[in-house]
Design a protein around this ligand. Structure first.
Ligand SMILES: Nc1ncnc2c1ncn2[C@@H]1O[C@H](COP(=O)(O)OP(=O)(O)OP(=O)(O)O)[C@@H](O)[C@H]1O
Ligand SMILES: [Mn+2]
Length: 270
């Protein structure tokens, strides 16, 4: 007569690596004792002192995104290789680990989110704060109307040299940072203006209303996208900046780096 344990045994059969998402110290210590299994911790910080650790720059709301990011990170760090079967243990409903799933490395399509956060010059928390603002704008629009926005993050000096003001810069004398709730409201307010926001590596809002003038030579973007996206792709090819774009036409959030589209998010799913 099969029992629940048989089901779980099947799930973990032959697995050599366990990914623990934000475990407690006690939970981590218990898992460390398990024989011939290596443990990788994925969390915002390595509070448990794990030897194998993957930093999550944000607590992804969607479990699948969290798992995808953790598996991508563990693969990048060399803890996993394509084809490995790994068990992921994470919190879904409780505030402790309450769910287990099995994933084969390579089955999850690359989300690009990992690159966006880990290979950008700007601080990962700044990137996630900007993505959050773009996603919220995509979900709610500005006063209910769809709006587009272009955020250029990092390498701000070079970006400013490759652009010019469309009007006075409302952030000229201020010293405000993205991620501050009041500033996020200001960014949404100003998003109906033309031009791009320029944000420094550390998240300071350098300028709004900026017209980017990169060299668009040889940069190609998906058909149907227009000048805002072309400017985003081109400026990231000409500088070390990352660009996050919210499209007014299709409401998707996209990220560009090195002239390439590396991420496309539907705010409705995020
Ligand atoms: N080089 C640029 N620098 C800064 N902002 C730009 C630039 N080009 C376009 N924009 C901004 O993008 C807005 C939309 O332009 P356009 O419709 O051509 O872009 P798009 O890529 O189709 O974007 P969307 O999908 O939002 O319509 C413009 O009104 C302008 O505010
Ligand atoms: Mn357009």
């Amino acid at each position: 007569m099969a029992n629940v344990r048989d089901l779980l045994d099947e799930l973990v059969e032959g697995v050599e690596t366990v990914l623990l998402f934000s475990p407690s110290e006690a939970y981590y210590e218990r898992c460390r004792e398990i024989e011939d299994v290596s443990v990788v911790v994925c969390a915002g910080d390595n509070g448990v002192g794990a030897e194998r650790f993957v930093e999550l720059p944000l607590e992804f709301v969607a479990a699948k995104e969290r798992i995808r990011f953790g598996v991508e990170g563990a693969t990048e760090e060399g803890f996993l290789t394509k084809g490995d079967e790994v068990v992921c243990a994470l919190q879904l409903f409780d505030d402790a680990i309450d769910s287990v799933c099995r994933v084969r490395v390579g089955d999850l399509d690359r989300s690009g989110v990992y690159d966006l956060f880990t290979t950008s010059r700007a601080d990962p928390a700044v990137i996630s704060a900007v993505v959050d603002v773009a996603v919220e704008l995509g979900q709610k629009g500005q006063k209910g109307k769809p709006v587009g926005a272009l955020f250029v993050i990092g390498d701000a000096g070079k970006v400013m040299n490759k652009s010019r003001p469309l009007s006075y810069n409302p952030f000229e004398k201020s010293h405000v940072h993205v991620g501050d709730p009041i500033v996020n409201v200001m960014l949404k307010e100003f998003s109906r203006l033309d031009g791009a926001f320029v944000i420094s590596d550390s998240g300071k809002i350098v300028s709004a209303y900026r017209y980017l003038e990169p060299n668009a030579e040889g940069v190609d973007i998906p058909k149907g996208l227009g000048t805002r996206h072309m400017a985003a792709a081109s400026i990231t090819r000409d500088t070390n900046a990352t660009a996050v774009v919210l499209s007014e036409s299709d409401r998707l959030v996209r990220a560009f780096k090195g002239g390439e589209l590396i991420l496309e998010l539907d705010p409705e799913e995020y």
